[in-house]
Design a protein around this ligand. Sequence first.
Ligand code: SAH
Length: 456
Amino acid sequence: MDFLPVFQKVKGRLCLVVGGGAVGTRKAGVLLEAGAKVRVVAPEIDDELKSNANVEAVVARFEAKHLDGVTLIIAATNDRSVNKQVSELAQARNIPVNVVDDPELCSFIMPAILDRSPLMVAFSSGGASPVLTRMMRGKLESIIPHNFKRLAQFAERFRELVKQRVTNPPKRRLFWEDVLEGVIAEKVLSGDEAGGEALLREMLDKEDNVLHGEVYLVGAGPGDPDLLTFRALRLMQKADVVVYDNLVSKPIVEMTRRDAERIYVGKKRDDHTLPQEEINLLLVRLAKEGKRVLRLKGGDPFIFGRGGEEIETLAAEGIAFQVVPGITAASGVASYAGIPLTHRDHAQSCIFVTGHLKDGTMNLDWDALARPKQTVVVYMGLRGLDTLCAELVKHGMPDTTPIAIVQHGTQPTQRVITGTLATLPAIAEREKPQAPTLIIIGGVVTLREKLAWFHP
Ligand code: SAH
């Protein structure tokens, strides 16, 4: 370790910035954000900076006397001899000094920061690679969402109260872990601070300080783990129990917390491992045991996913839940198959339907589907392919209309089979695509010849 990371208090103290260019101005801005008073010394100084009440603008060349009374110094001129002079004078007086982009002249370096005040993350490569540091920040940005600020402020607000009420330190640590990882944190993160506060007080009042669990209804997208949202990933790594069905790809299930209990509830067509009502009740029971339950669904939970029914039961039982959207099969599969769902030359609208057959019939509004300049996406349609093609033609769609079947879209086993309304049923009979498959109908299918980019 070449440097000792510390967080220095500059609130109300005088700091010096030498240099009035873009860099100096930016550094002065950071110091002001941390509550410092800033003396800026430069032949020319930015007007906005000059008019800031906490800035003492000294329009002049740097002189030793400018160091008087300062706590911390940043030199950012484009003249190395000036920077060197500032550094030497500062170090002679034991005042911490940073010279921008010149580690040799620094007694301290400025880290990259991620500001979720009061939560602060500062990191540095010790000047070895600013690009690496920036990339690291990007990664952290994604796992520490912006609203963590709220959570940190919330924790700060109740710190004293919890200290008074939960006096045993190890117990208090567990209490805070529950708060910051559980229902309360989720409430605060989603903007409901009052709700979070009510639950925190309820938890304090309970003998064992334990609350009900909660359910995260999370869309896992069409299969490629890269298509998960940040929020999905965060909740996946937090849940105690994972309830998933066969549409969720294996690599995604494996990204859930290692020690989480995993419950498979099946749901292949006509082979319902657990009926929907039992899944609904299972979620309720697990949450009532105090667990954080991840209900992981393929695609988006609110698109042909029966997500609405699952949370209706939760709502009726007063269990906290949140819904995380996912990339639905139509948009994931279309992208990876090189078929834009709309296109100025081919389709001004796009319609999603489910082709699930009840008693061998497909109950769809065929006239609405057969309209020109429209893309039709059919979920769960493979078994009814013959009926689908025949009905569309019967209702006026030309039998030369292009149509594609995409098997296992976005996954390494993706396959795209194309034809027309007239030819595809026979082609599919021969090619035997494997579920899940999505059917896309319309002129946009021809664009695939030019736009396909994913070649598993
Ligand atoms: N909620 C899901 C859809 C559930 S219905 C979503 O938003 O995507 C199940 C149907 O989705 C499957 O029968 C199939 O038509 C489609 N589907 C889901 N994932 C798919 C994939 N990776 N490739 C092709 N079709 C998929």
